[in-house]
Design a protein around this ligand. Structure first.
Ligand SMILES: *[C@@H]1O[C@H](CO)[C@@H](O)[C@H](O)[C@H]1NC(C)=O
Ligand SMILES: *[C@@H]1O[C@H](CO)[C@@H](O)[C@H](O)[C@H]1NC(C)=O
Length: 117
């Protein structure tokens, strides 16, 4: 298992490789559906993981991951979160995290990429 070489964080900076991200500092209200995307040029990286770091918390929690086209969500996130994207093929990768805001989901969201599980 080779873990990612970079983190892309949505409400801050990005470390490491050239990772593009959608707008940061999203301001939203309950009921909104927010999509944040993460893209990179590592064409042989078929895994994209999404993490949440809540305010005042240093730990990152795995939300779920996308492997090729398959979505796996961690249990606490199944309800309000979803992932989309297609990482199969040999083009640049682009995956999205979709959040349905029912409560305060204020947090820093990170995406990470890896070659394989
Ligand atoms: C998550 O998104 C996929 C398509 O991207 C959709 O087929 C699926 O129904 C969604 N799941 C939920 C729980 O909304
Ligand atoms: C990635 O996909 C999202 C959703 O389909 C899209 O809005 C965004 O422009 C794409 N980003 C890139 C760099 O292609």
């Amino acid at each position: 298992m080779i873990w990612f070489l970079f983190f892309c964080c949505v409400a801050g900076g990005c470390l490491g490789l050239d990772v593009r991200q959608s707008e940061s500092d999203l301001i939203t209200k309950p009921g909104d559906k927010v999509q944040i995307s993460c893209s990179h040029d590592k064409t042989d990286y078929y895994l994209m993981l999404w993490y949440q770091r809540s305010p005042g918390n240093t730990a990152m929690t795995l939300i779920g991951y996308l492997y090729h086209k398959a979505v796996t969500m961690e249990k606490p996130y199944k309800e309000d979160f979803n992932l989309s994207g297609d990482l199969s093929g040999t083009t640049a990768k682009n995956g999205s995290l979709i959040v349905t805001l029912k409560q305060d989901h204020s947090a820093v969201y990170y995406c990470a990429a890896s070659e394989a599980r």
